[in-house]
Design a protein around this ligand. Structure first.
Ligand code: FAD
Length: 507
């Protein structure tokens, strides 16, 4: 079967490039190994309660922001979303701190009366970084597409237009927090928004979007579902339950894929899976494969997460206006994921809005525990999940539930009617995102901004999604689809940037 482009995977990166290409009359086919589209943005239900894989809210769902704009350009239905506006509770070594949405700085100042100057300085700098990030309307070009002159100009402009970002935003957060305050509690609370080693900008962003996020009324699955409707409308095709096992290459040119059942589909290939898996689907006889594997072999991958999905009976325990609960220990802000065990890892619980028709509320606790933990979660080298894996998961679940109970009280735990843990191995098996990474490459200072090119060393084989420019996040991977389509369409004299800009000119 002949197509113009075959896309391996229906994550939001894959669905985005498929929509852009289909809009310009390319014959596209998306192959998805799972029975639903969306990759890391999918939802599932257990015992009548809907859960999302872990994303709790998205600022970019707001009207006029990236996600509705992409959908509109594709003629896809809009995702109905509502603002989130709950409060946060944070425990540091058992001591409780509360944060009111809409008054974050005020809540910090009230609870850290001896560190008022530190709080103000941290929030002033975070706000300036955000203002710098959002100023200017020009979408950036991928750095690898710039020539030397453009790169120098870009660097000089960045220094001039984004001084605070260049001074603090792109440095490791623990170093920057150490500059601003000696209070370990304060540093750890700032870090609690996303407890991973990352550049400071990530925390500035997380605190800024807190209270401004949106949630799709029908859950996160509504986002890929809308993109698929758009794709079908544009004449594109999606085949679910279809796993690609081989990328067909001849004379260093990709010409199609083979699926698990042996069917071949022919056309240029775009992979939305992680490059580590993608390259394994190419024959060893293809010389470029070795070079491509070498180029990514030493790179650091973003640490994964274990997620505890809980259905929560609000008749037994009132959550009031709570949106999040975090449980950490002092100095966690300077630790690495591999140092944590279930007994010590930060626990970040997101409380989702109740879905219409669901009996209980869904809560998801995100816990950074490494992929390598306990012999790859007792799956050994082949990552096969057997009895030992199940037993370990149950043990981890019990430890986490006990820790939650210790902080929130027995009544809180008694209101959990059902719980189930997913490990980093689950995330990897589910999406073929290497090590279960949910952000692609590490976002530490040493790695930050080093994106892979969307073109590979094999002609007609491309990458899309969180491992390529402009990186992770739902809006980010949708933008990666735009950048790749822009490059592909350029060859035919189509200027996607111009079309896209003109489309939204008068807004
Ligand atoms: C816990 C958690 C919290 C997050 N929080 C946020 C947040 O707050 N904000 C935000 O913007 N983002 C967040 N993200 C990140 C965001 O979800 C991801 O960066 C993004 O969704 C990745 O999209 P992708 O298109 O790169 O790939 P993926 O979503 O990984 O999709 C890849 C797809 O390819 C398919 N596939 C792989 N191999 C094959 C094959 N051989 N054949 C067929 N199909 C295949 C997979 O099944 C999958 O559907 C979070 C993610 C998680 C898990």
């Amino acid at each position: 079967m002949q197509y113009d482009y075959i896309i391996i995977g229906s994550g939001m990166g894959g669905l985005s490039v498929a929509n852009f290409l289909a809009k310009y009359n390319k014959k596209v086919l998306v192959l998805e190994k799972h029975n639903i589209p969306g990759g890391l943005v999918t939802s599932f239900s257990r015992k009548g309660v809907h859960f999302d894989l872990g994303i709790h809210g998205l600022y970019e769902l707001k009207e006029g922001q990236a996600i509705p704009q992409f959908m509109e350009f594709w003629n896809a239905p809009q995702v109905e979303a509502k603002p989130l506006g709950g409060d946060l509770k944070c425990f540091i070594d058992g001591k409780e701190y509360d944060f009111e949405h809409g008054n974050v700085r005020g809540s910090f100042l009230k609870q850290f009366p001896n560190s008022k100057n530190d709080v103000n300085r941290i929030f002033d700098i975070m706000e300036t970084i955000i203002t710098e990030m959002f100023s200017g309307t020009e979408a950036p070009e991928p750095p690898y597409d710039m020539n030397l002159f453009q790169l120098i100009k870009f660097g000089m402009n960045a220094k001039k237009q984004r001084p605070m970002f260049m001074k603090y935003g792109n440095k490791d957060a623990y170093k920057i927090l150490d500059l601003f305050t000696t209070s370990d509690e304060l540093k750890t609370i700032i870090y609690s928004k996303a407890p991973y080693p990352m550049v400071f900008m990530s925390f500035a962003y997380q605190w800024w979007v807190y209270g401004k996020n949106f949630y799709p009324v029908n859950g996160m699955q509504a986002i890929p579902d809308a993109a698929v409707k758009g794709l079908n409308h544009l004449g594109g095709e999606l085949k679910l339950n279809t796993e690609v096992t081989e990328i067909l290459v001849k004379d260093n040119q990709a010409y199609g894929v083979k699926t698990k059942d042996g069917t071949e589909y022919h056309g240029a290939v775009i992979s939305n899976a992680s490059p580590q898996f993608t390259y394994e689907w190419i024959s060893d006889k293809v010389a470029a494969k070795k070079k491509m594997k070498k180029a990514i072999s030493g790179r650091k991958i973003f640490e994964p997460v274990a997620a505890l999905f809980m259905s929560f009976d609000e008749d037994k325990y009132s959550l009031n206006n709570l949106e999040g609960i975090s449980i950490l220990a002092k100095k966690d802000y300077s630790k690495r994921t591999e140092e944590y065990t279930p007994e010590t890892a930060p626990i970040i619980i997101y409380i989702y809005p109740k879905r219409e028709g669901d009996e209980f509320r869904s809560l998801v606790a995100l816990v950074p525990i490494s992929y390598e933990y306990h012999n790859y979660w007792e799956t050994e080298d082949n990552r096969k999940r057997g009895e030992k894996y199940k037993t370990l998961k149950k043990e981890v679940e019990k430890i986490l539930m006990d820790r939650i109970g210790k902080h929130m009280g027995r009544d809180f735990v008694d209101a959990v009617s059902y719980h189930e843990l997913s490990s980093p191995v689950t995330y990897e098996r589910y999406t073929y995102s290497k090590n279960g990474s949910f952000m692609g490459w590490s976002v530490e200072q040493s790695q930050y901004g080093k994106y892979l090119k969307q073109r590979t060393d094999i002609k007609d084989l491309y990458l899309v999604g969180q491992w390529v420019f402009p990186g992770f996040g739902v809006a980010g991977v949708m933008a990666s689809g735009y950048y790749l389509a822009k490059e592909i369409l350029k060859r035919e004299g189509i200027d996607l940037k111009k079309d896209f800009t003109e489309y939204f000119k008068d807004r």
